[in-house]
Design a protein around this ligand. Structure first.
Ligand SMILES: [Zn+2]
Length: 314
């Protein structure tokens, strides 16, 4: 399998919300990509400018960031043409790699605008190199700029940043230097969310499991879903005994702790997210935690209880 390290530049409407298309707030004006084989040897380059058809004035943010003139873009080709070329350049067997999760979402929004089918009818795996870098070298939750990672790894800065090709070039260099164990932590693109149970994502990482659910109408229907609320031990599949019942520290996510006699304390976390149309879906993760972490969650739960008690009645 090859790696397609992708970076996009986009422009947006000038004149605030009124000058903006809801279905495509960002119009792609440049696609840059590096193709690497499974051993991280560079085996191809892609670098194309796109002539915009929607936002034909350059937004000052775009102008400032990427230093490109509209005259230069006008010499580019239409999105459909460049994208078709990009797809055949990608080949058959590959995985996308991007710095952060946004590029694939905006790319598929542009594709949808031009009535090109999305890459998949359900979430699909890709490598978020920003996350892989954090897992490989820092704290799992740290998020840094690409230039930070380039400096951190002493990668030579031989071309300027903030153009699609140069950023894909540097992202590829960072990826090639990440510890190979970190590559197990694939991300899932959520442009196309599961529409039924069979499309849901269940993935096991070295130290935790993740479940991306189908869309739900309401929070209540999520809370009534037995699979989402269940806390089976993911090592032995036995039902783990609930030690801390589901509670929410902030209304956005829910936590619980269960205990498997063979594998220890199991923390489950449910994050409720919204899709573009306001429908809800769940990202649930479960992992084993230490006694100290259990104590921290107990403290959080007590704080949440207190908050609820002091809340004025409506
Ligand atoms: Zn177990």
């Amino acid at each position: 399998m090859n790696y397609i390290v992708l970076d996009l530049e986009w422009n947006q409407g000038t004149g605030g919300k009124r000058g903006q298309l809801k279905e495509m707030p960002f119009e792609i004006i440049e696609i840059g990509a590096i193709k690497m084989d499974s051993q991280f040897n560079v085996i191809g380059e892609f670098n194309q400018i796109i002539c915009p058809s929607v936002y034909t004035n350059m937004h000052r943010v775009t102008q400032k960031l990427i230093q490109i003139e509209m005259e230069e873009l006008e010499r580019g080709r239409p999105f459909q043409e460049v994208f078709a070329e990009f797809c055949s350049w990608c080949g058959e067997d590959y995985m996308f790699c991007t710095w952060g999760p946004l590029d694939l979402i905006e790319l598929q929004r542009n594709m949808r605008y031009y009535r090109i089918p999305a890459f998949s009818d359900r979430p699909f795996p890709f490598l978020d190199v920003q996350k892989i870098f954090a897992i490989g070298f820092e704290d799992k939750t740290a998020r840094h700029t690409l230039e930070y990672a380039v400096d951190f790894l002493n990668i030579e800065k031989d071309i300027p940043f903030h153009r699609a090709f140069s950023d894909s070039y540097y992202t590829a260099k960072v990826l090639a230097k990440c510890p190979k164990e970190a590559l197990a932590y694939v991300s899932y693109d959520v442009f196309s969310l599961p529409r039924n149970k069979s499309q849901e994502v269940h993935v096991m990482f070295p130290d935790y499991v993740k479940h991306i659910s189908r869309l739900f109408k309401s929070k209540d229907s999520i809370m009534a879903d037995r699979e989402i609320m269940s806390t089976k031990c993911f090592r032995c599949q036995k039902l783990a005994k609930r030690k801390i019942k589901w509670f929410t520290p902030n209304g956005k996510h829910y936590l619980s702790v269960s205990y498997c006699p063979d594998h220890g304390y199991l923390k489950a976390k449910i994050r409720i997210k919204k899709d573009e149309n306001g429908k809800l879906y769940v990202v649930k993760t479960m992992r084993f935690i230490t006694d100290e972490e259990v104590a921290e969650i107990v403290a959080k739960r007590n704080l949440a209880k207190q908050k609820n008690m002091t809340k004025p009645a409506n």
